[in-house]
Design a protein around this ligand. Structure first.
Ligand SMILES: CC(C)(COP(=O)(O)OP(=O)(O)OC[C@H]1O[C@@H](n2cnc3c(N)ncnc32)[C@H](O)[C@@H]1OP(=O)(O)O)[C@@H](O)C(=O)NCCC(=O)NCCS
Length: 156
């Protein structure tokens, strides 16, 4: 199993993985345009078994609204979506990907790392906690009309 940064050529593979491995009640899906934007602007890590993409994880600069939710300053980044292929779950793959984002955050001088998680997404909550983030508060997300739990890690 290997982690490496993904470029635009992986957009369709990421979309297929997302379609195969997620349910809308636990994960807000991205369309192909949003996936391409993430690949251009955000930190996207892929996990490979041999040459096959079995997971991806996006780490992005937080918006002003995110920073307000987390009561954090502008130098805040967030976990912005991880998908692990259903046959590879429960092997610590999300945890490894999130740890690589946290290591990047430390190396880059980022102050705060945050995550929004669906309350029912027990697997995601566990591996976010294993990656060092702590529950901060419940939040209502206006544009999605949905409740999430906010998790946070202060680095500085
Ligand atoms: C959520 C997801 C990314 C987790 O990936 P993963 O690689 O299987 O996660 P990890 O193996 O790092 O950790 C999962 C943890 O949750 C536990 N877990 C799994 N299913 C669980 C459940 N139903 N209830 C409670 N705990 C559960 C595992 O035992 C593991 O904990 P442990 O390390 O203490 O044993 C994966 O299930 C997925 O792709 N889901 C669909 C997309 C999604 O929901 N993404 C997250 C949105 S931010």
């Amino acid at each position: 199993m290997k982690l490496k940064p993904l470029n635009r050529s992986y957009a369709v593979k990421m979309l297929k993985l997302q379609m195969r491995g997620t349910t809308p009640d636990q994960f807000t899906p991205r369309d192909i345009v949003s996936i391409r934007e993430a690949l251009d602007r955000e930190r996207v890590v892929g996990v490979f078994s041999g040459r096959t993409l079995i997971a991806y994880s996006i780490f992005a600069r937080a918006s002003v609204e995110d920073c307000n939710q987390a009561e954090a300053g502008w130098n805040t980044w967030k976990f912005a979506g991880t998908v692990v292929h259903p046959s590879h779950r429960g092997q610590g793959i999300q945890k490894k990907a999130l740890e690589s984002h946290v290591a990047f955050a430390i190396a880059s001088g980022i102050d705060t790392v945050m995550a929004y998680v669906h309350c029912e997404n027990k697997a995601s909550i566990k591996s976010i906690e294993h990656s060092g983030l702590a529950f901060f508060k419940d939040a209502f997300i206006e544009d999605k009309q949905d409740f999430r739990q906010v998790y946070k890690l202060e680095l500085n």
